[in-house]
Design a protein around this ligand. Structure first.
Ligand code: ADP
Length: 319
């Protein structure tokens, strides 16, 4: 392979830039030409593709968002759209593509692979919901943003003797809620992967109140339902003064943590290594701190799982 491309797609995540930087620099170090595809699959179809040099990825390792921009593109879900994209790559002599994104973006990479175009998936999403990797790029930064918010909300919750419901992102996955809930000392953590009884949440609140607790924090993953509805139900059931905070898109921004920069650099470089060996159709990841890669055609068939031991621990520690 002499020429490769890179794009970021779907929801942006802190650390995507660090991954782009690693891909561009690793490729150039090994005498490959590297092209940036702007605006995700939409830019691929439109041919919004530019050659990148070493300096083009300078000063981005610490920045959130993505210098290649991202987009959602319905046309790319059709075989025609996918073939148009491949034509654009072939016109420039690009022989392999690195796709940085979440599960939707992986579907696109899977389709390109099925059409015979070598693709490597790099997991970039705050949701941590890609199978075949313990961590996705952006998760650690989002987690730290949520922890910071919980700590601040805890101050005001204590001062006013309030119950706080904090709704966090994660789409269908509960990883952000679980990790942030455990690290933030939440009383209850509601995630889609573990069914909960509303009566149990109420019992925990009342138990804490009876032993003189000044505040309670409940973390709700967006995949479980609306934090606002949940807070209303709690207030009605307990008469405790209950407030809600929906953290929203602040979770997607900000400077990536050291962990995410390291992860992005390692995974980005691994993706290029595979293409250098003419290996395509793989999804890179990290498992037990080892870099791994799996078949991109099969990876999304595996279910997303959470660490059940961690969930149990969160229940044990929040008595
Ligand atoms: P994320 O990658 O963060 O999960 P999306 O689910 O929005 O984000 O997916 C990003 C883009 O990936 C979509 O806008 C679309 O262009 C492409 N994509 C998603 N699903 C498919 C599919 N089934 N086939 C081809 N491309 C897809």
């Amino acid at each position: 392979m002499k020429k490769i491309g890179v794009l970021t797609s779907g929801g942006d995540a802190p650390g995507m830039n660090a991954a782009v930087r690693a891909i561009v620099r690793k490729a150039i170090y090994h005498n490959l030409e590297v092209y940036g595809v702007f605006n995700g699959y939409a830019g691929l179809i439109d041919g919004n593709i530019k050659k990148l040099e070493v300096g083009d990825v300078g000063d981005i390792i610490h920045r959130g968002g993505t210098m290649l921009y991202s987009a959602r593109c319905e046309e790319f879900k059709t075989a025609e759209g996918q073939k148009k994209g491949i034509e654009q790559l072939k016109k420039l002599g690009i022989e392999g593509l690195v796709v940085i994104g979440g599960d939707g973006s992986y579907m696109g990479a899977k389709k390109l692979t099925e059409h015979g175009f070598p693709c490597i998936g790099v997991p970039g999403t705050i949701d941590n919901d890609i199978p075949g990797t313990d961590f996705t790029i952006g998760f650690d930064t989002a987690l730290n943003t949520v922890i910071d918010a919980i700590d601040k909300i805890r101050d005001t919750a204590t001062s006013h003797d309030r119950t706080y419901v904090i709704e966090v992102m994660g789409r269908h996955a509960g990883d952000i809620a679980l990790w942030a809930g455990l690290a933030g000392g939440a009383e209850s953590i509601l995630i889609p992967e573990a069914p909960h009884e509303f009566s149990d949440v109420i019992a925990r609140l009342k138990h804490g109140n009876a032993r003189g607790k000044k505040h309670s924090i409940i973390i709700v993953a967006e995949g479980v339902g609306s934090g606002v509805d949940f807070a209303n139900k709690i207030q009605a059931e307990t008469n405790f003064e209950t407030r809600v905070s929906v953290l929203g898109h602040i979770q997607r921004g900000g400077s990536p943590t050291a962990f995410d920069r390291m992860l992005a650099s390692r995974l980005g470089a691994k993706a290029v290594e595979l293409l250098l060996q003419n290996v395509g159709g793989r999804a890179v990841g990290i498992q037990r701190n080892e870099l791994v890669h799996h078949d991109i055609l099969e990876i999304l068939d595996q279910p997303h799982t959470i660490d059940t031991q961690m969930y149990r621990l969160s229940n044990e520690l929040s008595i």
